[in-house]
Design a protein around this ligand. Structure first.
Ligand code: NPG
Length: 377
């Protein structure tokens, strides 16, 4: 179902961008590296009415995708913000079209669109979840566990998250840290809902290793091959019993429909940043739902801004698998919103206030800011 009721346009006066450095509670290791500090761009849309907030989920370096903070910082100021400010009066549903002439840079576009959307919905007193089509008031909370020192340390880490109440575990894998790690978690915890994420670290030539994972009855394997390897993913999916889920490869609704047509995936991870915004994310949800393909909401270690929006998105009816919608304290001791997401009974609540439904903590925001710029009309 497309957005049922469009939002009224906002009168854009400018944008404030900030680069934040927020320390993580513990290092987070994936197949592409280890992060100890989350570098992220927070966007504030300055309007004639309420301001709106968004988040650009790039990382410092282009390791997960081609986008990275300095690139987003530049393209936002040089191309994207001027395109929005030239239009002056912008409805959230128009933002993607205004930004479309600029190729790629989807995370930057998504952060700007979210700020416009938040401003528009705050002006109308409408919650984001209601606007996107949410059908639940809370969403099941899965957790993503980074690669640890060894399988025993991984078991300890997973035990902590299960004790905390997380309803689904995802472990990161890479060549050499796959079978033994997965086996250790299966042996320790029996039939818990478990999935693995390779972040593009394998090639089709690794088929034998990947097929060994079949014996663990995983919910899915996420993005085993490279972003561009749709045909190879289709070949792999034919050979595995474990369902193949795509993340990095799904950069748009078109990419999602191509992947499904090719048989490259039977599950899709939806991240608004990766696909250019929450409205594109809803389109992917809709087309997967029509095709009977389950989706779940991914995470990009967002601050309380992006996490609030992710909870709203994950409450749409097609999100039938638990997402990486963990509590704020999974990554941060201090967040930049006044009421960071908490997990209760394995679930995170969908905010109910206007727009994102969270308020910014201005002191925390200032404390984590390492660079700030304002672009005005
Ligand atoms: O809960 O936000 C979260 C983390 C989920 O594992 C997670 N994200 O590859 O999906 C991923 C990974 C990631 C995080 C990728 C940050 C890029 C940046």
């Amino acid at each position: 179902m497309p957005i049922a009721h469009a939002a009224a346009p906002v009168d854009l006066e400018g944008f404030e961008l900030r680069v934040l450095h927020i320390p993580l509670v513990s290092p987070f290791t994936t197949s592409f590296g280890t992060e100890t500090v989350r570098e992220v761009i927070v966007v504030r849309a300055l309007t004639a009415g309420p301001d709106g907030w968004g988040e650009i989920v790039t990382q410092e370096l282009p390791l997960y995708s081609s986008e990275y903070t300095r690139g987003a910082w530049d393209v936002a100021q040089r191309c994207l913000i001027p395109a929005l400010l030239d239009a002056r009066t912008v409805a959230p549903e128009q933002a993607a079209d205004l930004l479309d002439p600029f190729v790629g840079h989807r995370m930057a576009k998504a952060g700007l669109e979210l700020a416009v959307l938040d401003a528009a919905l705050r002006a109308e007193g409408r919650p984001l979840g209601e606007y996107l089509g949410a059908v639940r008031d809370r969403v099941p909370s899965g957790v993503s566990v980074g690669i640890q020192r060894d399988p025993a340390a991984l078991v300890d880490a997973v035990a902590g998250y299960l004790d905390a109440g997380y309803v689904r575990i995802k472990i990161k894998i890479k060549p050499g840290r796959d079978i033994d790690d997965t086996a250790a978690v299966r042996d320790a915890f029996g039939s818990i809902p478990l999935q693995v994420d390779a972040n593009s670290a394998y090639a089709l030539a690794d088929l034998d290793t990947l097929a060994e994972l079949d014996r663990f009855d995983l919910l899915l394997i996420e993005q085993p091959l490279r972003e561009d390897d749709l045909v190879d993913h289709a070949a792999l999916a034919q050979r595995l019993r474990t369902p193949v889920c795509l993340d990095e490869s799904i950069t748009s609704a078109k990419a999602a429909s191509d992947a499904l047509a090719l048989g490259a995936a039977s599950v899709i991870n939806i991240k608004a940043g990766r696909v250019g915004g929450y409205l594109e994310a809803v389109q992917i949800h809709d087309l997967c739902r029509d095709a009977g393909v389950p989706v779940w909401c991914g995470g990009m270690i967002e601050t309380g801004i992006g996490r609030a929006a992710n909870a709203a998105l994950a409450a749409l009816p097609g999100f039938t698998l638990p997402g990486d919608v963990s509590a704020s304290d999974r990554f941060y001791t201090r967040d930049i919103v006044t009421e960071p997401a908490v997990m209760r009974d394995g679930h995170v609540a969908v905010p109910t206030g206007p727009g994102l439904g969270v308020e910014i903590d201005p002191v925390a925001l200032d404390d984590f800011t390492v660079e700030r710029v304002e672009v005005r009309r």
